[in-house]
Ligand binder design. Structure first.
Ligand code: GDP
Ligand code: MN
Length: 439
């Protein structure tokens, strides 16, 4: 029942006219589907349409059902085997100008016209060494060309040592912000008895971090509140980074301007499944919200990726229909105005009312992802395949001269977690051909 995944990747990506397919028959069909789904309802959808869109059609993956983890990894490696450079169909901005005499200039911190954006990290004082480790890579590979400001946020005040050490590693402006307790702490609607019971149950089932209240606070804050901080209100775009993560590639163009100029809402590098026990009621609570508010659903949402139930049918069963596929949010570049908008805001209120940030362990990654997949046009979600990235144990390694170890591209993680990879679903089920040929 296996289909061949052997094809010459280079043949497939050369066309650029939208007519070149992967060479895999069902992908061809899918791609045709993707390319021909217009935004037919600019004003959203009806509940009937939403229900239908959120019912996964298994036929889409029928040729690879039996061996899907392997097939998806083969496909992943095939896609990564293509040598890439910069995104081709997009407007790119560099901080490098050539005048009429052919003299190159680079604008300094106070001259370069930046987008309205900040690099952003939630971090603890004791993670100073690890955040410097990552900041140095960000500076070296990208930000020394643009000098975007950094915003460091913490539920406790940063120490002088933390602030001074950071400032020695960048000429960019640095903001150090303390999260007001009313934004960070557990809200008052959480019932301590229900909380204790459900946490104990999930603890028995081995859910990581389940009894750490700060982890729950962190997930809720990153899901629904960071963009309301006084400091962040001045910015539109953010690039989230985390201590002890790696950035492997030199990037010459302004990534924030890429978002702005190409009308992107969100960018990611890695897509994974989640432990379904952490989000058991996220989807049912969301469906209840959608039944009352179907108009918020974007007709070109990423419905298939959200509802795929072939690679881990058990996950989708546990969650009542959510694949658990998400964009891994420890790296993400996003437009905070999306979160500040009506659909996401109303939905966040419904999530908070249901209490799943504390009765379960809803993560900010699945919450961002479900929100984006439902309320945003999937063409505004960008896979940054040129940003080499590592957060243990997963990697995105581009096959590019701009990156460390391009010969390792196609590596994802140790084999025993290959089944956690969801990127092939994103590519197969949501990306158009043209998008895949962008690099
Ligand atoms: P994991 O990646 O899910 O294992 O979680 P991490 O421990 O990496 O936490 C995610 C991010 O939130 C990291 O940037 C941490 O530094 C930060 N973080 C987690 N908990 C806290 C906390 O209680 N206070 C602060 N200030 N940052 C936190
Ligand atoms: Mn982490």
């Amino acid at each position: 029942n296996r289909i061949s995944t052997t094809f010459d990747a280079n043949d497939l990506f050369t066309g650029g006219n939208g007519d070149v397919y992967y060479g895999i028959e069902y992908n061809k069909k899918l791609m045709t589907g993707s390319n021909t789904t217009p935004n037919k309802h600019p004003d959203g959808m009806t509940w009937e349409e939403v229900k239908k869109a959120l019912t996964f059609d298994k036929k889409l993956l029928k040729n690879i059902e039996d061996n899907i983890v392997e097939e998806n990894m083969d496909f992943f490696r095939e896609v990564y085997s293509k040598r890439i450079t910069e995104p081709k169909f997009s407007k790119l901005t560099y901080n490098e100008f050539v005048n009429s005499d052919g003299i190159k200039t680079v604008l300094g911190k106070d001259e370069y016209p930046r987008a309205n954006a900040t690099l952003l990290t939630l971090v603890r004082n004791q993670e100073l060494e690890d955040i410097i480790y990552t900041l140095r890579q960000l500076e070296f590979n990208w930000n020394h060309k643009f000098h975007y400001p950094y915003t460091f946020i913490n539920d406790e005040p940063f120490t002088e040592e933390f602030k001074e050490t950071i400032k020695r590693h960048t000429v960019s402006d640095c903001y150090f912000e303390v999260i007001p307790p009313e934004i960070w702490n557990k809200p008052s609607n959480i019932d301590p008895i229900i909380e204790e019971k459900s946490i104990n149950k999930l603890k028995e089932q081995g859910v990581q971090y389940i009894d750490k209240v700060s982890y729950h606070n962190m997930c809720r804050f990153n899901s629904g509140y960071f963009y309301h901080l006084e400091r962040l209100k001045q910015f539109r775009y953010y690039w989230r980074f985390e201590p002890a993560t790696d950035y492997y590639c030199n990037i010459d163009y302004d990534l924030f301007k890429f978002m702005e100029d190409n009308n992107k809402t969100y960018g990611f590098t890695i897509s994974l499944y989640d432990n379904p026990l952490t989000v058991e009621t996220l989807w049912p609570v969301t469906l209840e919200f959608l039944e009352k508010n179907p108009q918020y659903v974007h007709p070109n949402g990423a419905f298939r990726w959200l509802t795929e139930n072939v690679q881990h049918p058990d996950y989708a069963r546990t969650t009542g229909g959510y694949s658990t596929c998400h964009f891994w949010s420890n790296f993400e570049i996003g437009d905070m105005d999306f979160y500040r908008g009506e659909a996401y805001t109303q939905w966040m209120d419904a999530l908070d009312a249901a209490g799943g940030f504390y009765y379960e362990r809803w993560g900010d990654a699945p919450v961002h992802s479900v929100g984006l997949g439902l309320f945003e046009d999937r063409s505004k979600i960008h896979w940054f395949r040129d940003i080499g990235y590592h957060h243990s144990p997963y990697k995105n390694i581009p096959n590019s001269d701009q990156c460390l170890a391009p010969e390792d591209s196609g590596y994802f993680a140790p084999e025993d977690v290959h089944d956690q990879n969801c990127l092939s679903n994103w590519i197969r089920l949501e990306m158009t051909n043209k998008e895949l040929q962008t690099y």
